[in-house]
Ligand binder design. Sequence first.
Ligand code: UD1
Ligand code: CA
Length: 452
Amino acid sequence: MNIVILAAGQGKRMHSNLPKVLHPLAGKPLVQHVIEAARRLAPETLCLVYGHGGDVVRAALDAPDLTWVLQDPQLGTGHAVMQAAPHLAPGGTTLILYGDVPLTQVDTLQRLVHAARNALAILTVELPEPTGYGRIVRDAAGAVQRIVEDKDASAAERAIHEVNTGIIALPTERLVGWLARLSNDNAQREYYLTDIVGMALAAALPITTTQPQGEWEVIGVNSKVQLAQLERIAQRRNAESLMERGVRLADPARIDVRGELICGRDVFIDVNCVFEGRVVLDEAVEVGPACVLKNAQVGAGARVAAFSHIEDALIGPDAVVGPYARLRPGTELAVGAHVGNFVELKNTKLGAQSKANHLAYVGDAVVGSRVNIGAGTITCNYDGANKFKTLIEDDAFIGSDTQLVAPVTVGRGATLGAGTTLTKDAPPDTLTLSRVRQVSLPGWQRPKKAKK
Ligand code: UD1
Ligand code: CA
């Protein structure tokens, strides 16, 4: 089988510098959805027809299994497929897809390809508002006679609601033979791929039609309004599949998954969370409202409270994060660790049962188990040019408002008094302080305003 994805159209109505097919839907370029569906059919050749200026598209998507075909200028869908013809593996079936129709389901395509063994198979759909689409014209017996483009249609033909989705499949040899005979004798002076319907009729090749499960499978994106509509459909479907697999969502209309979200049983996700990249939530994880998680793994029973922002981080089982926590790349929390409000961690391991509950910055650090990091603690890991490490060993207690000037080590069981600025290693099991001794000056008076 061959698959040809048409993606040379300009997408003027997107009013964007980004090529249309690269606009993201559920976190992936539109055409990436089409490529992934195509791959699941395991074609021998996977051709992408791209347009003038489409080098950006090529650079963004290039992969060893893609055959790139430039169509310049763009003279219609028939012309686009003509450019791909020399690259098609002989024999078998060829399936034509559109790069801006992202949600077609693999089983719909399989049904279409199956129907095209010895036929021209067209994916059609009944639309309440068919304006702009090619209409499926049938005879009295219901057999397909032709596809007429909106701009070429008579008033009676415009009244037809069954439309061509553009997705078709047919035997490769027939396609290649017919492409050479297409003309542009029509209202738009384009080479219409749909003219092969007449050729199939003349050659007595059966013409069959297949319908998708839902209209949304064949909706194309021409504007940002349509892009937003499809985004909601994609998100809704994803939310439903999460719930079917046992996830509890506070509101399936208020979750956005822009990548892959893998959940164990009894996960609960509150409203307005955004998941990007690959996120894994193990059994019974709870995610509070308005959290953002990107490329993260959260262990069983852990809780991420409201307004937390987590990126490239590993959260151990039964850990508690947030509200208002920020875990930056390279953060690893061991089992039962706590990270509270307004705490930022970067490239830091926090050991089992250790806590940083309030207002802290811990970066480039390795923190042992059962450590308490007091409010306002800061690792001074950066001298303006280089980054340095902080090591805090098991059972240490870091008093509030401490600065750890890295590189520095706090020994096992050590205590740092509040307000310490630690510039040398703190020995184990010892209280270390760097404060000036507290004094009270009897008789001291506040300055007074001088008389003029
Ligand atoms: C085409 C069909 C129409 C169908 C409609 C569904 C033809 C003649 N018409 O309409 O029956 O109802 O799709 O959306 O086939 N493209 C290229 N190169 C070109 C022209 C188009 O690669 O020269 C690509 C576009 O990027 C897009 C797809 O083909 O992915 C469809 O193009 P578009 O202009 O949107 O469709 P129409 O030709 O108007
Ligand atoms: Ca067109």
